[in-house]
Design a protein around this ligand. Sequence first.
Ligand SMILES: *Cc1c(COP(=O)(O)O)cnc(C)c1O
Length: 329
Amino acid sequence: MSLELPSLPRVSLARLPTPLHPVRRLSEALGGPEIWFKRDDETGFALGGNKVRCLEWLIGDALHQGADCLVTAGRAHSNHVRLTLAAAARFGLDGVAILGAVPPGDVRGNLRLDHLFAAQVFAVEVEDPTQLDGDLDRQAEALRHQGRKPYVIGRGGASALGCLAYVEAVAELQEQLNEHALEPQALYCATGSCCTQAGLLVGCQLLGLDLQIRGVTVSRSVEECEEQILHLAQETGRRLSSCGITVPSSEPSLKPQILAGYRGEGYGIETPEGLEAIRLVARTEGILLDPVYTGKAMAALIAEIRQGRFHPDEKVIFLHTGGVPNLLA
Ligand SMILES: *Cc1c(COP(=O)(O)O)cnc(C)c1O
């Protein structure tokens, strides 16, 4: 079943569908199950990643509202900020970014790209990334005073519009699963702002896909993730119903599965298990993961396989959400 939302403005940025393919040498190295990668690192715009899908809806809305600039915020090496600034450039909008805690002299990885794409990049000293939200509002207000029309995209793009992208991605995935006659048990993904996991959950409910969505938190606590996912899922449900699409409410399946214990000392801090996962995938498949998100998500999948969670014949999907610029930062 495909998902048609003709009443919502949207632009085209991502190259879709992204590939779904087996990683046989990795599966073999782990002694099963059969692992398939869904390659959202290959969304094909400004080095790709999951945020490209979300930006199709957010930029569509910004243009529809007549915005002339995009303002967003994130941590120093945010993939979301890099992609938002690139998308702004692509659609002739001025990109403005507020970055938290930039290490002095650091100009590599996403930071370097931000300065290429952006009209303005501000760095602010914050302890806690939620403090960036206030800076974002103040910056938008200042731009309005200058007669500009800013469109504000919150950290990670986490919003009902952003989640719609992953509701739609479930329809895309379902079609690919049918093509390959695959019935996977679970999908693993990295969870940060929770937009991806919330969208996937709503998508599975809406399309009746029986797939456990196991989100590996890389920043928030389990409680914060659960709260944020439920909030985003409700907002997304409301957005869909305003387009005449009703999400069947099935409470038990909305209990998000959040895996803690793979974050290590904190967001963006490498873990030995994450680095081992990056090395294993690189050496068996020639595919790059990153130390902030996908390496930690893969570390969780590897740990659960080693704990005997899956029968060797079972199928599992790993959603590769991108982030590779951070491997070079
Ligand atoms: C943002 C991001 C995630 C997490 O997605 P959320 O929707 O914010 O939970 C995962 N991987 C990468 C590479 C990201 O940039």
